[in-house]
Design a protein around this ligand. Structure first.
Ligand code: ZN
Length: 167
């Protein structure tokens, strides 16, 4: 007999690194528990912004609701409005801090999507005109490596400053 669970993609571990043994990593971050690396940079009542622990590019942020929501259709209209507002603020922060040439913005949803966390989260990935490749490294180009703890402090300041300016 073929059992249906054989077709469920493995959710064990991240692509890189070990996954903490908790029910939901993002809920742990919301609750400010020490079970997870806390990379929170900003929060409003319904949403929290965090650095991505495995960034695709410098400045890769995630925005997620402070309540455990898995399906984007379960967001309430006022949460959708708040999400858009915080997304715009985050894009302003990243634009000001990193001057990217563009962004990839989106979410993965459902077992086959590649999502490793079921809690709804929106990725903001800044894109740069010359993302560094192997030839750049050989050519001696400067590689952007930032200390996450310094990055967090600095991005937090950007959020607070821009929030003040825009209100
Ligand atoms: Zn959660």
């Amino acid at each position: 007999m073929i059992r249906s669970h054989l077709f469920v993609p493995s959710k064990r571990g991240y692509a890189r690194g070990e996954r903490p043994k908790v029910d939901c990593i993002l809920c742990e971050i919301v609750a400010q528990r020490d079970t997870v690396t806390r990379l929170e940079v900003y929060r409003t009542e319904p949403f929290l912004v965090s650095l991505n622990i495995h960034p695709y590019t410098t400045g890769h942020l995630m925005i997620f609701p402070t309540r455990h929501v898995e399906d984007p259709r379960d967001l309430k209209p006022k949460e959708v409005t708040a999400l858009h507002k915080i997304q715009c603020l985050a894009l302003d922060v990243l634009t000001q801090r990193y001057r990217p040439a563009g962004f990839n913005v989106g979410y993965n949803y459902g077992d086959a999507s590649g999502a490793s966390i079921s809690h709804f989260h929106l990725h903001l990935v800044p894109r740069y005109p010359r993302e560094i490749g192997f030839m750049d490294i050989l050519g001696g180009a400067k590689i952007m490596v930032e200390d996450p703890s310094e990055m967090i402090a600095e991005i937090r300041q950007h959020f607070l400053r821009l929030e003040k300016e825009q209100n």
